[in-house]
Design a binder for this molecule. Structure first.
Ligand SMILES: *Cc1c(COP(=O)(O)O)cnc(C)c1O
Length: 358
């Protein structure tokens, strides 16, 4: 019976490896530094008691507040179930399964390929250069049949920004042929780098944002797509009729109030200070080969014998994200910036390992 059911499924779904989210990978830690979450919860109230009614498809207050926060008009903003849904909506609106392709530059966020595989869209990869910038000539050669280029800046898991001149070159070479989706999930940690001001010049630019990282609301599942109205109108054709539950819109509205935004900025300042401290401490450890500079709430570092480091920390309840199997990232672990206490516990554990191996 179960075998027959398996045979009924689509071929690409049978072949699919689901996204290995930090939550799915599990672990019994008490120091969670593996999902780039904010380490402490923010307070909220539920004010909407009308759960007998369907929610608004695009809750007006949330859209207006996000548009004001991003310096755009409400017509340039779409809200969805996390930025992950935004990634998929673009494919569903613009890519013909079995015909069109998407392109991205590894090492980068894992959901671009997972969404493409789920929907049945081919993906092409053009590995990033050694400094993790775009390989523009190689991208230009691969663009035939590509409808969407996904570019993450600052990039997850490497933490670097993509050079604005290169992004401009990418936008020029794709004009009239493909969309460029700029994933700005971590932009609050380096707000000056946003491309939102470029939307007026590039009708094919799409920007993804989220409340999951700097806004400390990963459990809410709320993200935004910023683009010009013709793109937003097409995405609105494929989005679910009620993508956001009433309590989600309720909490998102509070997070985007003046007070909520001020709190987020204070959190960002704290995390950026802890990141500087952690970077300094990591670079002093003998088992650390390389620490990569970061514009985000995580740091990527290359270790001697990273599997042993990962396992030892895991056994002590400190959970990091292993990047060893990611192309170009042999020996690398990604560390989310936790509270200062959590950062200190991590460094103490790594110091003990460094002494052991010295
Ligand atoms: C976390 C993350 C997302 C997903 O954001 P959600 O709003 O939680 O779905 C998208 N892109 C990148 C690069 C991320 O790191």
């Amino acid at each position: 019976m179960s075998r027959n059911i398996e045979e009924l499924a689509r071929d690409n779904v049978r072949a699919l490896t689901p996204y290995q989210s930090a939550r799915r990978l599990g672990g019994n830690g008490d120091v969670w530094l593996n999902a780039n979450e904010f380490p402490l919860p923010v307070e909220f109230e539920l004010s909407q008691q009308t759960l007998n009614r369907y929610p608004e498809c695009q809750p007006k207050l949330v859209i207006e507040r996000y548009a004001a926060y991003a310096g755009l008009t409400p017509e340039q903003v779409l809200v969805s179930r996390g930025a992950d849904e935004g990634i998929e909506l673009v494919m569903r609106a613009f890519c013909e399964p079995g015909k069109d392709a998407i392109l991205f530059c590894p090492p980068t966020y894992g959901m671009y390929s997972v969404s493409a595989e789920t929907i049945g869209i081919a993906y092409r990869t053009v590995p990033a250069l050694e400094n993790w910038q775009l390989n523009l000539p190689a991208i230009a050669e691969q663009l035939d049949g590509v409808k969407v280029v996904y570019m993450c800046s600052p990039n997850n898991p490497t933490g670097n920004l993509i050079n604005p001149d290169d992004i401009r070159a990418l936008l020029e070479m794709t004009a009239g042929k493909a969309l460029v989706v700029a994933d700005e999930a971590y932009i609050e940690f380096c707000p000056q780098a946003t491309l939102s001001g470029w939307l007026k010049d590039y009708p094919h630019l799409v920007i993804l944002r989220t409340l999951s990282k700097a806004f400390a609301l990963a459990g809410l599942r709320c993200g935004f797509t910023l683009a010009n109205p013709p793109v937003i109108d097409l995405l609105m054709k494929v989005i679910a009729p009620y993508p956001l539950a009433t309590p989600v819109a309720d909490v998102a509205g509070q997070a985007l109030s003046d007070q909520g935004i001020a709190l987020m900025r204070q959190h960002v300042a704290e995390l950026n200070a802890s990141r500087a401290w952690l970077l300094e401490q990591l670079s002093r450890l003998s088992i650390v080969q390389q620490v990569f500079p970061s514009e985000t709430n995580y740091i990527l570092a290359r270790f001697d014998n990273s599997p042993a480091v990962f396992k030892s920390l895991w056994d002590q309840g400190i959970i990091l994200r292993d990047q060893n199997k990611n192309p170009g990232l042999a020996g690398c672990l990604r560390i989310s910036i936790g509270t200062r206490k959590e950062c200190e516990r991590l460094i103490a554990a790594l110091q003990a390992l460094s002494v052991e191996r010295a």
